[in-house]
Ligand binder design. Structure first.
Ligand code: PLP
Length: 359
């Protein structure tokens, strides 16, 4: 029996994708092999990689002057690779600090460049996105880095900053493909795959072409975006099976009506949970209403001594991975694209029932 899996990542994948991968496991399209067993330079895998990229370009309406890279190392590696690839002859970069993932990006970047924290939400315990009017941007920065969805704090940008001529770099790991994005407003969009894209192991980098060629000499070749772009992400062996599953997810998203349709579904799912959280004192969510994430919804029970009983009851009703991140405690429901509305309905029904019996 499949459970409703609220994990923040690796996370639930569409059942149709898993079934299709299972069907194609031993013999992909008459090739007599599994995708895992194919040479990345063979015609079968090249066709998979090309279709995967083409479908992503369609889904996100990626302009022609952007390159799409499928790399390894996760978003965490990119935190180091961003300064390495973008500094050129500059010495510093701007970062906006909206929570745990911003902090990790800042910490990593400090190893390679001067970091200017242009704004921080620390004054209100990372429960909001500082408006651009308070940002102190450095006009000489190599780039401005933001995390557009803080997976742990549940804070999401619902607007796009204007950084003028300085490229905007966004860690979109935990909400990419959940909503329509105007790619042309960004210099770089990056993220790990294990939430809305596919299995862990694939790292997506979408980079505007004119930003290629600024890498520091110490940048490892396998992580030099220009070299990878010149080699269609095949300078070395790419994460082939993960790319194949990502391709199946992209096909599924297109069948669902694309990102505009997913966005409407995601709004409906998030509203279901937030509407309930806002009308009870038994549970609470600390995030400013305008900045709440549609993907990751942290909440607390007013009486934390009931946490274990809550999680146990959820498990018994087929809902797993609701425990909040170890750094913040409480609960967190991650409701990515592949979480059906029925999962959120069941969660809200259970939360009401638990409130009735323990409130
Ligand atoms: N950035 C965000 C917003 C995340 O949620 C995560 C966690 O998965 C990461 C970065 C780190 O990604 P990875 O584990 O793929 O390195």
């Amino acid at each position: 029996m499949r459970v409703f899996n609220f994990s923040a990542g690796p996370a639930v994948l569409p059942e149709q994708v898993l079934r299709r991968a299972a069907d194609e496991m031993l013999d992909w399209h008459g090739s007599g092999m599994s995708v895992m067993e194919m040479s990345h330079r063979g015609k079968e895998f090249i066709s998979i990689a090309q279709k995967t990229e083409a479908d992503l370009r369609t889904l996100m309406a990626i302009p022609d002057n952007y390159r799409v890279l499928f790399l390894q190392g996760g978003a965490m590696a990119e935190n180091a690779l961003i300064p390495m690839n973008l500094l050129g002859d500059k010495t510093g970069a701007d970062y906006v600090n909206t929570g745990e993932w911003s902090k990790k990006s800042i910490k990593e970047a400090k190893k390679y460049c001067k970091v200017n924290v242009a704004a921080s939400a620390e004054d209100r315990d990372f429960t909001y996105v500082p408006p651009q009017s308070v940002w102190k941007l450095d006009p000489n920065a190599a780039y401005v880095h933001i995390c557009t969805n803080e997976t742990i704090g549940g804070v999401e940008y619902h607007w796009v900053p204007d950084t003028g001529a300085v490229p905007l770099v966004a860690d979109m790991s935990s909400h990419i493909l959940s909503r329509v994005v105007d790619v042309s407003k960004y210099g770089v969009i990056y993220g790990g795959a294990q939430k809305n894209i596919g299995p862990a192991g694939v790292t997506l980098v979408i980079v505007r072409e004119d930003l290629l060629g600024r890498a520091l000499a110490i940048t490892p070749s396998a992580f030099d975006w220009k070299l990878q772009a010149e080699n269609d992400s095949m300078l070395n062996t790419p994460p082939t099976y993960g790319i194949y599953i990502a391709g199946l997810v992209f096909e599924w998203l297109l069948e669902q009506g694309g990102l505009a349709s997913m966005e409407q579904k995601n709004i409906a799912k998030a509203n279901l949970l937030y509407d309930y959280l806002d009308q009870t004192a038994f549970y609470s969510n600390p995030v400013a209403k305008a900045d709440r994430s549609r993907m990751n919804i942290p909440f607390r029970l007013a009486d934390t001594s009931l946490d274990d009983a809550f999680l146990q009851g959820a498990q018994e009703r087929g809902m797993v991975q609701l425990k909040g991140h170890r750094s913040v405690g409480g609960m967190r429901a991650s409701i990515y694209n592949a979480m059906p509305i029925e999962g959120v309905q069941r969660l809200v029904e259970y939360m009401k029932e638990f409130e009735r019996s323990h409130g």
